[in-house]
Design a protein around this ligand. Structure first.
Ligand code: DOR
Ligand code: ZN
Length: 429
């Protein structure tokens, strides 16, 4: 089977390549790349005027399997990824049961092979049952394919446990992904602590909780020499701590979500439970620090923290609603509208942060268009105007704070293993 992508603008940040050219895919792999390619018996797909990028990789996704299928499962979550132009997701361990053993990692990978339409990488828990007490089977999980280790959703209160965890992950060259918010400071808080929370009378989660947590995590990474990755970084102080640590050569990386880049705590004043996330949406000063950090390379990656919940759970009074909302189907549109069309970021800078850098952090294949590589490709129309309509989403957790928002830019084709699995927003599998 041959597929020839003709006339697209190939943007391949790994090679600093940005030019018009063709790509030939044979048997799931890229066999020719760039320039004008002729191929007999190939299906020709004309992509003039469109951007051809290495498949986007979302390193922070809650697929909710096993056990929480009312919110999402592998079939619905990977279809949402395909619809959003994402060819690989890494899924978090806060499921039921928690993914804290090698057998669960292996089982989930098998399920993903059978049910998933994009690649699924599994992140194993750091502590058994996410209880923060005893280490999970870190080594065995990694040997069975886990790409990182994380208690996401929870901060690891015990410095001792994280230190030991880092010592193990370091031996395997994998990162611990930290949900960094000091629990004693955020306990029972529902939004960013500041003037808006004071006005609304909602208990806050102060930014200093994140600063403290990130500070400690960096110290332990520095001490052990192991890699730490800060999930959904959201505070100005945390960005500065990561910046300084990188200068010292600490193995620290960070990701930011589209929602933290695009929204502030002002949106909570409508009491829409869709705006409730952990860590919370913060004030403009933090938002600006996130944009600056993403621009100067302090923040390496954009990840959605796609965290779907069933409508009945989420559609409740603000303080009772669970945190998190879906992100896979809006991330490209939000980022292109707010980062590219505002002139703040180039397309190459965006693709690097949504594909190449996540691949590097997780130590997985992908993020690079290269002859011989698996043909995971995202084709983007950067100028396509569309409106967010959650009823069209493939995810099960449809509530989004971006309902009805007009965006410019969208993934129009998703190719996984050389096969077109999404075209014009429709998932074909
Ligand atoms: O808002 C969030 N929701 N943040 C997290 O870290 C976890 C996630 C979830 O699992 O729902
Ligand atoms: Zn988290």
């Amino acid at each position: 089977m041959k597929l020839l992508l003709k006339g697209g603008r190939i943007i391949n940040p790994a090679k600093q390549f940005d030019d018009i050219g063709d790509i030939l895919i044979e048997n799931g792999r890229i066999t020719k790349l760039g320039g004008i390619i002729e191929a007999e018996e190939a299906e020709v797909f004309f992509v003039q005027g469109l951007v051809v990028a290495p498949g986007l990789i979302d390193m922070h996704v809650h697929l909710r399997e096993p056990g929480l299928e009312a919110k999402e499962d592998i079939a619905s979550g990977t279809r949402a990824a395909a619809a959003g132009g994402i060819t690989t997701v890494a899924c978090m361990a806060n499921t039921s049961p928690v993914i804290d053993s090698a057998i669960l990692v292996a089982g989930l990978q098998q399920r993903a092979q059978a049910e998933g339409v994009v690649h699924v990488k599994v992140i194993g828990a750091l502590s058994k049952g996410l209880e923060g007490k005893e280490l999970a089977e870190i080594g065995d999980m990694i040997l069975n394919g886990a790409v990182a280790i994380s208690d996401d959703g929870h901060y690891i209160d015990s410095a001792k446990l994280l230190k030991t965890g880092l010592e193990y992950t370091g031996m395997f060259g994998k990162a611990v992904i930290s949900h960094a918010e000091d629990d004693s400071l955020v306990h029972e808080g529902h939004m960013h602590e500041g003037s808006v929370s004071a006005m609304l009378g909602i208990k806050g989660r102060p930014s200093v909780a994140e600063d403290i947590a990130v500070g400690r995590d960096i110290m332990l990474a520095e001490y052990t020499g192991s890699a730490i990755h800060i999930a959904h970084i959201s505070s100005k102080g945390a960005v500065e701590l990561v910046r300084q640590a990188k200068k010292r050569g600490v193995k620290v990386t960070a990701e930011v979500t589209p929602q933290h880049l695009v929204l502030t705590d002002e949106v909570v004043s409508g009491f829409d439970p869709a705006t409730k996330v952990n860590p919370p949406l913060r004030s403009t000063e933090h938002q600006e620090a996130l944009l600056a950090g993403l621009k100067d390379g302090t923040i390496d990656a954009i990840a959605t923290d796609h965290a779907p919940h069933a409508f009945e759970e989420k559609d409740r009074e603000y303080r009772f609603a669970p945190s998190g909302f879906c992100g896979l189907e809006t991330s490209v549109g939000l980022i292109l509208t707010n980062l590219y069309h505002t002139g703040k970021f180039s397309l190459a800078e965006i693709i690097e942060r949504m594909s190449l850098n996540p691949a590097r952090i997780l130590g997985i294949e992908g993020g690079i268009l290269e002859v011989g590589n698996v043909a995971d490709i995202t084709i983007i129309d950067p100028d396509l105007q569309w409106t967010v309509e959650s009823k069209r989403f493939y995810t099960r957790g449809k509530l989004t704070p971006f309902e009805g928002v007009k965006l410019t830019g969208k993934a129009v084709v998703t190719i996984v293993n050389g096969k077109i699995i999404m075209k014009n927003g429709e998932v074909l599998e």
